[in-house]
Design a protein around this ligand. Structure first.
Ligand SMILES: *[C@@H]1O[C@H](CO)[C@@H](O)[C@H](O)[C@H]1NC(C)=O
Ligand SMILES: *[C@@H]1O[C@H](CO)[C@@H](O)[C@H](O)[C@H]1NC(C)=O
Length: 197
């Protein structure tokens, strides 16, 4: 009798413990937060718009893009490739792939991608407003560029796919022999809110 009661009591405790662990695990896996995306370092060694036609842009840009999966238990898997689009005055002039579709990013890990792009005469449609803006910035030697990071991910144990759309605003001083190089301040990219379904 006493033994039976003790066993039943123990069983009750084990069962409650299992339920608590289960609830915690379900909570951990079903709730996922967006990654953080930052630009750790960047350099611009050329950014030259041809005077005529003013649609040809020569540039050399390199970036260190850090992506951190902030979740403590969930792996993030890319269901669409992660891409970075480069823009000047709202106009896109280049787009590069950062990671492949299917790439997995484990919990709590930060990955840094080095992106190097250059072109001798990439096409850019700035219009005369963009050309005027280019001339203003060219005179200061500091260019304002925007990097849009886009992709789609799915977290472990979830069926829902989540779009990623981050905007990184950069102010880059043209690095040329003769100018003192400014230290690049890390830029935190702004993520668009996840849509609720
Ligand atoms: C830009 O990149 C090209 C090709 O990668 C290289 O040949 C050239 O020297 C670079 N120019 C500058 C100013 O960094
Ligand atoms: C940009 O500035 C450089 C040097 O300051 C100059 O040589 C170049 O002609 C300028 N480009 C345009 C399109 O104004």
């Amino acid at each position: 009798m006493v033994l039976g009661k003790a066993l039943a009591w123990c069983g009750g405790i084990v069962l409650s413990a299992c339920i608590i662990v289960g609830v915690v695990l379900i909570a951990a896996y079903s709730y996922a937060i967006q990654p953080s995306i930052t630009i750790e370092d960047a350099s611009l060694t050329r950014f030259a718009l041809a005077t005529s036609p003013s649609t040809a842009l020569g540039y050399n840009i390199s970036l260190s893009l850090a992506v951190r999966n902030k979740n403590w238990a969930t792996t993030m898997k890319n269901t669409e490739p992660l891409e970075a689009a480069y823009k000047f005055d709202g106009q896109q002039f280049d787009r590069v792939q950062v990671t492949d579709k299917g790439d997995k990013h484990t919990a709590k890990k930060t990955r840094v991608y080095r992106l190097v792009t250059s072109s001798d005469g990439g096409y850019v449609a700035l219009g005369n407003a963009g050309v005027a803006e280019y001339k203003n910035q060219n005179a200061t030697g500091v260019f304002e560029l925007e990097v849009m990071v886009t992709g789609e991910v799915r977290y472990t144990w979830q069926f829902k796919k989540n779009k990623i759309e981050a905007t990184c605003k950069l102010k880059l001083q043209l690095d040329s022999p003769g100018t003192a190089v400014l230290r690049f301040e890390k830029v935190k990219c702004k993520l668009a809110k996840q849509e609720k379904k």
